[in-house]
Design a binder for this molecule. Structure first.
Ligand code: HEC
Length: 177
């Protein structure tokens, strides 16, 4: 049998142990919580930076297939480099509309999902084009509830720039002209 004082000592030890355990758990919690916070913060910052980069990118510079910085330095100076960049931009711009269409618009427009005007369907496109190209740009960028269905802003791909969407609209218009 334990005497009262033996019991008190054993009980005291138990309490001391529990106090230490509590402190350890609190410290552990703070550490884990802190690192999750840091991760979240880093991810948010990276995402924000990407959004800013994609908005502030020079027109037509996306998808150049290797950045211009890493192009071999030309020894004849800046003129050639500038010329090279201009040629690249021109090449990219030509295909940008189709590229955007195929990644962000195709899914609805190609099959006419919920009334989306199909590419090349002049009867459907012509009355729309008559509203004015700027209205089509705006409706594609900001979204549009028409007679047939809903065109989501930028086709639902908010990472596209306004110029990307305009290029895709231009591409769709060209197909019926
Ligand atoms: C989720 C399906 C969907 C996606 C994705 C989509 N659209 Fe549409 N879009 C529609 C529908 C539906 C309409 C027709 C709405 C109506 O007239 O009732 C439409 C209409 C349009 C119109 C005509 C607007 C007008 O004023 O008549 C344009 C231009 C257009 N889309 C461009 C695009 C472009 C560019 C993309 C890709 C960036 C895209 N759409 C992606 C569903 C979509």
């Amino acid at each position: 049998m334990m005497t009262d004082s033996q019991f008190a000592r054993a009980f005291g030890k138990l309490i001391a142990f529990l106090v230490v355990l509590t402190v350890v758990l609190i410290a552990l919690g703070a550490m884990i919580g802190g690192s999750i916070d840091d991760k979240l913060k880093a991810q948010t910052e990276e995402y924000t930076q990407r959004m800013v980069d994609s908005r502030t990118e020079p027109v037509g510079k996306m998808n150049v297939g290797g950045d211009t910085q890493s192009m071999p330095a030309s020894d004849s100076g800046t003129t050639t480099e500038a010329a090279a960049e201009v040629t690249q931009v021109a090449v990219v711009d030509e295909n940008r509309g189709q590229e955007v269409y195929e990644t962000a618009c195709y899914i609805c427009h190609n099959v006419g999902l919920t009334g989306a005007p199909k590419p090349g369907d002049a009867a459907n496109w012509n009355p729309r084009i008559q509203k004015g190209v700027d209205i089509l740009y705006n409706n594609a960028i900001l979204g549009y509830q028409g007679q047939f269905g809903i065109m989501p802003p930028k086709g639902g791909n908010l990472l596209l720039t306004d110029d990307d969407v305009r290029a895709a609209v231009d591409y769709l218009i060209e197909l019926v002209q």
